[in-house]
Design a protein around this ligand. Structure first.
Ligand code: 4AD
Ligand code: MG
Length: 463
C-alpha cells in the first residue's frame, strides 16, 4: 500500500523509479490538451513537486477540477525530470481531487499579491510561498528556544494567562470579566463591584509572566516561560501587537552581567539554529524581501554585542549630528529612532543598554547605589530596536517595599511576590524576548503583522 510522503522528503529522495504518493494543494497548472504539469505544495518545504499527467489517461471530469488552490492526492512514479527547474518529478498515475477551488473566485490565482492584501485573507495566506516560509521559520525558532533552555537545564514553567496583578505597571490591560456590561454591579462608592465577578476580584490578561516566573526561579533556580501576553496599548506600529508571545527566562543567582551573557548566547544560538535548519526559506526571503538578510544574520554571530550604559548612550546621541524627531535628554526614554541610530549607524552591531533612569523602568528592577538608575538591560537589534527587555531584580525587601509605596502599587495584589523577599530571597535576574520581533528579525519581514498567523492589533481581530 502507498503511504503519503512529505514533498520535502521526496524532493531530496535518492530513490527514483519507485511508486510514491503526495497530498497537497495545487499551486499552478500548466500544459496543453495532451499533458498537464501540476505543481503541488504541502507546506513541508518552499518548493513544489511537479506532477506530470498525460490527460488521455485520466477522467476529464476529474482533471477539470485540478486548478490552482484545489486539494489533491496524486500517486505515480518518482522520476528524474527532463524539464528545467526541478531535479525530480512525479509521473502521475492516479489523481484524486479532495476539494476544488473555483478559478473564478479563488483569491490566490496569481503570484505577487501585496502583503496588505494578504493580511485581509489571513485564512488563505499560509498557502503562499512567503507565509509558508515565515511560519516554518517561526516554528523552527520556537523549537530552538525549547532546545536551548532544555540543554541549559532550565525548567519550562507555565505561568497564568489570567492574572490579578499588573506586572509591568503600564496599566494597559485587557479585562477578563463575566459581568454583564449592561448591568454591572456597583459598590456604594459607584465603583464596579468585582466581588460578584467570576474570580471575585478584578482580573486581566497577563502582560508578562515574569512575576510568577520569579516565584519559580526562587525554587527551581532557572526557569523560562514561553506564552502569549497581551497589551491593550493603542500603538499602531510595525513592531507592536496587542497579543504577542514572549519568552521569559528567570534565573536565581544571576547578576546583570550573567543576564547579559545569557541573552547574547541565547540570541546567537537562535540565529545560528535558523541559519542551519531553514536554509531554503531564508534564501527565498533574502531574494524576495531583504537582500542581505543572510549576511545580516551572519553578522550577529560574528560580532560581540556592544554594551553601554544609558548615560553613555545619551552622550552618543547628543553628540550625533542627526536630527531626531523626539528629544534626547537624560531621563527621557529612548525612542525607536534613537535605538536604531545607535545600532545601525553608530555601533553597527547589536547593542545592550544598561542602567536606565529608575523613573522610566518597572518597579521590580534592582536599584543602583547612587539611587537614580536601575539595573535594567535592553537588547537592541538592527532594523528592530528593542528585542529584549530585562533586569536584575530588586531582592531587598525594604527597597522593594519603598518602591511599591512610592508608586502607589496596591500591595494587596502583590503580597505573594513580596513574600519571596521575606523568605529566602536571593539575587536574581531575567529578561523577556519578544518572539515576533525575533521572527521579524530573522525573516527580514518588515511588519510584525506578517510574522504571526492571526495578528491582533487595534480594530483587528477578524480571523
Ligand atoms: O520590555 P518588556 O515590556 O519587558 C517585560 O515585559 C519584562 N517583564 C520582561 C522580563 O524581564 N521578564 O517586553 C519584553 C519584550 C520587548 O523587548 C519586546 O521585544 C516585546 O517583549 N514586546 C512586544 N512585542 C510585540 N508587541 C508588543 N506590544 C510588545 N511589547 C513588548
Ligand atoms: Mg521594554
Amino acid at each position: 500500500m502507498l503511504g503519503r510522503e512529505k514533498i520535502k522528503d521526496l524532493l531530496t529522495s535518492a530513490r527514483t523509479g519507485r511508486k510514491v504518493e503526495v497530498k497537497g494543494w495545487v499551486r499552478t497548472r500548466r500544459g496543453n490538451k495532451n499533458i498537464a504539469f501540476i505543481a503541488v505544495n504541502d507546506g513541508s518545504v518552499i518548493h513544489n513537486i511537479q506532477c506530470v499527467a498525460e490527460t488521455a489517461s485520466f477522467d476529464e471530469e476529474v482533471l477539470k477540477y485540478v486548478t490552482t488552490g484545489a486539494s489533491v492526492r496524486i500517486a505515480g512514479t518518482l522520476v528524474e525530470s527532463m524539464g528545467k527547474g526541478q531535479k525530480l518529478e512525479i509521473q502521475a498515475e492516479e489523481i484524486e481531487v479532495y476539494g476544488p477551488a473555483d478559478p473564478a473566485t479563488y483569491p490566490l490565482q496569481k503570484k505577487g499579491h501585496s502583503l496588505e492584501f494578504l493580511r485581509s485573507i489571513a485564512h488563505l495566506r499560509p498557502r503562499t510561498n512567503t507565509f509558508g516560509a515565515v511560519f516554518r521559520i517561526r516554528h523552527t525558532l520556537a523549537y530552538a528556544i525549547h532546545n536551548f533552555f532544555n540543554d541549559y537545564g532550565f525548567t519550562y514553567l507555565h505561568t497564568p494567562i489570567i492574572t490579578g496583578s499588573d506586572a509591568e505597571g503600564a496599566g494597559e490591560m485587557f479585562r477578563v470579566s463575566v459581568l454583564d456590561p449592561a448591568k454591572v454591579p456597583l459598590q456604594e462608592d459607584g465603583q464596579v463591584d468585582f466581588s460578584e465577578d467570576f474570580f471575585g476580584k478584578e482580573t486581566n490578561l497577563t502582560v508578562s509572566g515574569q512575576l510568577e516566573g520569579e516565584l519559580g526561579a526562587l525554587a527551581l533556580t532557572e526557569i523560562y516561560t514561553f506564552g502569549p501576553t497581551f497589551r491593550a496599548e493603542n500603538s499602531n506600529t510595525p513592531r507592536h501587537l496587542a497579543e504577542f508571545w514572549m519568552i521569559e527566562p528567570e534565573m536565581a543567582f544571576y547578576d546583570i552581567k550573567d543576564n547579559m551573557d545569557l541573552a547574547e548566547v541565547f540570541l546567537k544560538y537562535l540565529v545560528s539554529y535558523v541559519i542551519e535548519h531553514c536554509r531554503d526559506d531564508l534564501e527565498f526571503l533574502n531574494k524576495m524581501y531583504e537582500p542581505g538578510l543572510l549576511d545580516k544574520l551572519q553578522a550577529v554571530l560574528e560580532n560581540d554585542f556592544k554594551r553601554i550604559s544609558y548615560t553613555e548612550a545619551i552622550e552618543v546621541l547628543k553628540k550625533s549630528e542627526k536630527k531626531f524627531e523626539f528629544p534626547v535628554n537624560w531621563g527621557l526614554d529612548l525612542q525607536s529612532e534613537h535605538e536604531r541610530y545607535l545600532v545601525e549607524q553608530y555601533f553597527k552591531r547589536p547593542v545592550i543598554i544598561t542602567d536606565y533612569p529608575a523613573e522610566i523602568k518597572a518597579f521590580y528592577m534592582k536599584q543602583n547605589d547612587e539611587g537614580k538608575t536601575v539595573r535594567a538591560m535592553d537588547v537592541l537589534f538592527p532594523g528592530i530596536g528593542e528585542i529584549i527587555g530585562g533586569s536584575q531584580r530588586e531582592e531587598d525587601l525594604d527597597k522593594l517595599m519603598s518602591k511599591v509605596k512610592e508608586l502607589g502599587i496596591p500591595d494587596k495584589d502583590l503580597w505573594w511576590y513580596i513574600e519571596t523577599r521575606k523568605y529566602g530571597t536571593v539575587p536574581h535576574s531575567g529578561f523577556g524576548l519578544g518572539f515576533e520581533r525575533m521572527v521579524l528579525f530573522v525573516t527580514g519581514m518588515s511588519n510584525i503583522r506578517d510574522v504571526i498567523p492571526f495578528p491582533r492589533t487595534p480594530k483587528n481581530a477578524e480571523f
